[in-house]
Design a protein around this ligand. Structure first.
Ligand SMILES: NC(=O)c1ccccc1
Length: 504
């Protein structure tokens, strides 16, 4: 870029727009005064960008033809091999298409980003490659990550391998189909309201949303900083724990990371069994208006099986859980709009700003007429509520998150884990493209009442397949105190080792 200095006419227009009431003589004075500011901008413009180094060779890859793209799961395929001899050697991974892999296209499901190629690797990508993983490509993502289903990508719907007429869940939708079908060993998803755990429940695999900040979000396209989490999706618990262990820890760039533990060990407790674990079934996680009886029953049966393995299992009432999704809503709505209107990254924090993404997105409004109805609905809501209440509901909700987190932590003072259905329903049918806004938005947002509170509070949560209902998988969610991922994995591994959930 080169800086174009503001001229007299530019400042006249700015004066009009801002209503500053500047005299003509002063406009001329400001035109001269701003020469110095422009000079500083020009210096910044000429400096080499300060971006992390990209290691490990890769090619742009290719867009797979339908015949080599089962479930419409991939956006682009490009094999990137990591360092030989690491902890993840031999594992084939997919990245959700909002995780930056330099030199390989990324569109986050959005037509406004078609043709963009990032110039950095996310920190987590570098860590995966440092540990010897092979990255096979970028997997479809719901449009701007706004939906929990799999019908909103501008690249078309992603199909559930259990029944191709059904949703694979989202917004990590391509990762869901790839992991569910065993086409990759694991995938990196992101979760702002349930987007790692919902797919895990709809498509029958393990989905871990770790504690907020424990995985650096650096180099991942943000939605809302306080809700953004990167997580791991995999067919089995051990693979999940291995991959998470490789990507956690401070990278010195992500303000989401605070007071992290000094070290992480997710593997040594994997075979410790369930004996002695104290588990609280949260009554309010069941019996939502859209809860399916067989889903609630399968999850209660799962809790009973954990009891049979030696865990203490009690039912506990936590009334504020019923309001958790409502507390999440203004943060998600206004946060998503802030991200679009605030040039992806906003301001007021130190860390990595990927300016190439900002440039690619600068004309997002030109694509607003092809936004899917769920994105439109978020923008309408944000415009209305921010316009009338000037961010005060976002702010009040952020303050209420502390009360919500304290309520979960009060139960977690007496129990190691909370337990509830991940989602109230089994994978629903994908809506017709022409279904209309009501059906489209309903399918996109109907399922995250249990998952979203743990984005707002940041508590770690895992979805584990616990059984089947009418031929479809059911997910059981376990939640722990901050940084107790090892305990979540321990309980999940005990369940997985003792029961073959596909036959239950
Ligand atoms: N991005 C998300 O996690 C999400 C999940 C469900 C509904 C909306 C958003």
């Amino acid at each position: 870029m080169t800086i174009r200095k503001p001229q007299y006419e530019d400042l006249l227009a700015a004066d009009q727009a801002l209503g500053l009431g500047i005299s003509k003589a002063d406009i001329q004075a400001f035109t001269e005064l701003l020469e110095e500011v422009s000079h500083d901008y020009a210096i910044v413009d000429a400096l080499t960008p300060e971006l992390p180094e990209v290691r490990y060779p890769r090619t742009p890859g290719h867009y797979p033809a339908p015949a080599e793209n089962p479930y419409n799961a991939w956006y682009v395929k490009s094999e990137v091999k990591g360092r030989p001899g690491g902890q993840l050697e031999g594992l084939n991974l997919a990245l959700k298409d909002n995780v930056m892999l330099a030199g390989v296209p990324m569109m986050a499901g959005a037509s406004s980003l078609r043709g963009y190629t990032p110039d950095v690797d996310a920190t987590l990508v570098t860590r995966l490659l440092d540990q010897g993983a092979t990255i096979l490509g970028k997997a479809q993502c719901e449009y701007f990550c706004v939906s929990g289903s799999s019908h909103t990508s501008a690249q078309g719907p992603v199909k559930n391998p259990w029944d191709e007429a059904r949703s694979a869940g989202g917004s990590s939708s391509g990762c869901s189909a790839l992991v569910s079908a065993g086409l990759v060993d694991a995938a990196i998803g992101t979760d702002q309201g349930g987007s790692v755990r919902i797919p895990a429940a709809y498509a029958g695999f393990v989905g871990m949303k770790p504690t907020h900040g424990v995985v650096p979000y650096t180099g991942v396209m943000p939605v809302e900083m306080t809700l953004d989490h990167a997580g791991v999706m995999s067919g089995d618990v051990r693979t999940n724990a291995r991959v998470l262990e490789a990507i956690v820890g401070d990278d010195g760039l992500d303000p989401r990371q605070r007071r992290l533990p000094d070290s992480f060990d997710y593997l040594s407790q994997l075979e410790a069994g369930a004996t002695g674990l104290r588990i609280a079934i949260i009554a309010e996680g069941f019996g939502w208006e859209n809860s399916e009886e067989e889903v609630d029953a399968a999850v209660r049966a799962g809790a009973e099986r954990l009891r049979s393995l030696g865990a203490t299992v009690d039912q506990v009432s936590l009334p504020l859980h019923r309001k958790g999704h409502a507390i999440w809503t203004p943060i998600a709505i206004e946060g998503t709009a802030n991200q679009l209107e605030g040039f992806n990254y906003g301001s007021n924090w130190k860390g990595l700003y990927v300016t190439s993404l900002m440039r690619a997105q600068q004309d997002w409004r030109a694509n607003a007429s092809d936004f899917p109805a769920d994105v439109t609905s978020v923008l309408l809501a944000a415009h209305y509520f921010r316009g009338h209440y000037h961010g005060q509901y976002y702010a009040k909700a952020q303050n209420l998150v502390r009360r919500l987190k304290a309520a979960y932590e009060a139960v977690l003072a007496d129990y190691d884990l909370l337990l509830m259905p991940t989602v109230p329903l089994k994978a629903p049918r994908l809506p017709d493209p022409g279904c209309g806004a009501r059906e489209w938005v309903g399918r996109a947002l109907e399922m995250n009442t249990n998952t979203a509170p743990f984005n707002a509070t940041g508590l770690p949560a895992i979805s584990v397949p616990c059984g089947m209902a009418q031929g479809l998988p059911v997910g059981m969610m376990l939640i722990g105190r901050d940084y107790t991922e090892a305990t979540l994995y321990r309980a999940a591994a005990a369940y997985e080792a003792a029961f073959d959930w596909k036959t239950l």
